[in-house]
Design a protein around this ligand. Structure first.
Ligand code: DX5
Ligand code: ZN
Length: 225
């Protein structure tokens, strides 16, 4: 059983004119992590935001800042994001020419290192770097946009990864899932072995405090199983 169970709301779906206020509402209801989606218009079509936004979030919250880099060659950004206050720096395996070196660089900068996999990417890219990975992010939609539908074949992928990590001696290595997670899909991914749950539209659409509390309740129920 994975040790870390967390909700990590994605600010990609936030109202940016009230970002600080929305983050503080989430923190008040006990949301532990905040997911920050960085897009460069190259690895994925849209451009989102960068370390300038992170820098202004850091002083207003103590939440764990979980940064997801949807950019090519993310090494370019490691030092700036460490300085801006990121706690976890997650890179796509598909975007790194030298993944092993990138993971070392992330650790040297004082952040935790995550590896993200697109839906069509196999789990074998993790085989020789597991000792340098603090979290694996399974994309449950193709990255780039909020509000997409969960890809059902990802349930088997999460289950396969959980088994692989347990067999390799990493039973506590958390699996994060990202894309299409809401009150209708969360139990499926939790049952399959995910423990860090990203939700964008599932939190920010409608009443964000109520949505966050509902999803955290479902995560707690799984943790207590
Ligand atoms: C998608 C991003 C996600 C996105 C999820 O490329 O990585 O974090 O915000 O949004 P929802 O939860 O709405 O699918
Ligand atoms: Zn994300």
């Amino acid at each position: 059983m994975a040790a870390v169970y967390r909700l990590s709301p994605s600010i990609l779906s936030a109202d940016f004119s009230r970002l600080g206020e929305q983050i503080q509402k989430l923190e008040k209801v006990g949301t532990p992590w905040l997911h920050i989606d960085v897009m460069d218009g190259q690895f994925v079509p849209p451009v989102s935001f960068g370390d300038v936004v992170l820098k202004s979030i850091r002083p207003v919250t103590e939440m764990f800042l979980d940064v997801h880099l949807m950019v090519t060659e993310p090494d370019r950004f490691i030092d700036d994001y460490a300085k801006a206050g990121a706690d976890m720096f997650t890179v796509h395996a598909e975007a790194c020419t030298h993944l092993d070196r990138t993971l070392q660089h992330i650790h040297e900068s004082g952040m935790k290192a995550g590896v993200a996999l697109n839906p069509a990417t196999g789990l074998q890219v993790l085989d020789y770097v597991l000792d340098k990975v603090d979290m694996v992010l399974i994309m449950t939609v193709n990255p780039g946009y909020g509000g997409q539908k969960y890809i059902p074949s990802m349930t088997a992928k999460i289950r396969d990864l959980r088994r692989k990590l347990d067999d390799a001696g990493y039973p506590d290595l958390p699996i994060e899932v990202d894309g299409g997670i809401n009150s209708a899909t969360i139990d499926t991914v939790l049952d399959a072995g995910a423990s860090v749950i990203v939700a964008g539209s599932g939190v920010f659409k409608g009443d964000l405090e109520k949505n966050a509390q509902d999803l955290m309740g479902r995560i707690r129920a799984q943790e207590e199983k």
